[in-house]
Design a protein around this ligand. Structure first.
Ligand code: DGL
Length: 269
């Protein structure tokens, strides 16, 4: 048993797709969330900058009596985590492995689509790991850089979003994939529109949700689940725009987090 907190971070709102699932399956845990809203998006930045930002994010979370860090961000998980391996005294879990496991399990025809930020897609880690776990799989990928700003601006069910989905996903749809990895944790917030476009025969894989289940299994196996005796309100920190974050996060999570979000100067933490 370990009652210390779980730290979760993302460039903005996307990591909440992981937190909302963690709240369901890990209800005894105290979660400290950091969304780097002042520096979002990460996905179009250089590798060097993404690594620096991720170091800042983890450094900030480490100050909160943490037992485990979750990089609830596809970009951080693919670009930065391999470089930062071994730098921290607690485990740092990314979204790639749990997501790939779920995709490989879900596919029936062996054709898997991968969408993500420019950084994630050019890095190729998802496709590489799929190749290792299922050598006969065929992957088709596409970066979707406009999805993150659409989500951060709350345009999750809008005509502009439908057009953008069609523009980015047309080739993947035509390639006949039966499974699509939403390789950026922001994208599950567009699930409804993406599912409508891709059709019923395509299984969408949500990295945040898969990672929440992975974290549960990991803590169980290490005997590090919290017993709930120290359970408090989860805490949320952002590097800018508290009001906007509270509003969209509340809509997405289905409960109000007003008053729980604090602003931090991440460059000075
Ligand atoms: N949610 C993120 C990801 O999973 C970050 C997107 C971004 O900031 O570009 O990649």
């Amino acid at each position: 048993m370990d009652n210390r907190c779980i730290g979760v971070f993302d460039s903005g709102l996307g990591g909440l797709t992981c937190v909302s699932e963690m709240i369901k399956v890990l209800g005894n845990e105290n979660i400290v969330y950091f969304g780097d809203t002042g520096r979002v998006p990460y996905g179009s930045r250089s590798e060097e900058t993404i690594i620096k930002y991720v170091r800042d994010d983890i450094g900030f979370l480490m100050k909160h009596h943490i037992k485990l860090i979750v990089a609830a961000c596809g970009t951080a998980s693919t670009v930065a985590l391999p470089v930062l391996e071994g730098e921290y005294p607690v485990p740092v879990i990314g979204v790639v492995e749990p997501t790939v496991d779920a995709a490989v399990k879900a596919t029936r025809n062996g054709k898997i689509g991968i969408i993500g930020t420019a950084g994630t897609i050019s890095n190729g880690k998802y496709a590489k790991l799929i190749g290792e776990k299922k050598p006969d799989a065929v992957t088709v990928s596409a970066p979707c850089p406009l999805f993150v700003p659409l989500v951060e601006n709350g345009l999750t069910d809008h005509e502009i979003t439908r057009l953008t989905v069609e523009m980015y996903l047309e080739d993947i749809k035509n390639s006949g994939v039966d499974t699509l990895i939403l390789g950026c944790t922001h994208y599950p917030m567009l699930k409804k529109v993406i599912a409508e476009y891709m059709g019923d025969g395509v299984t969408l894989i949500d990295p945040g949700a898969e990672t929440a289940h992975f974290v549960k299994e990991y803590l169980e196996s290490e005997d590090k689940l919290s017993d709930g005796k120290d359970k408090k309100e989860n805490r949320y920190f952002v590097s800018d725009a508290v009001d906007g974050f509270e509003k969209i996060a509340g809509l997405f999570m289905g409960h109000d987090i007003g008053g729980l979000v604090e602003k931090v100067d991440i460059e000075k933490c």
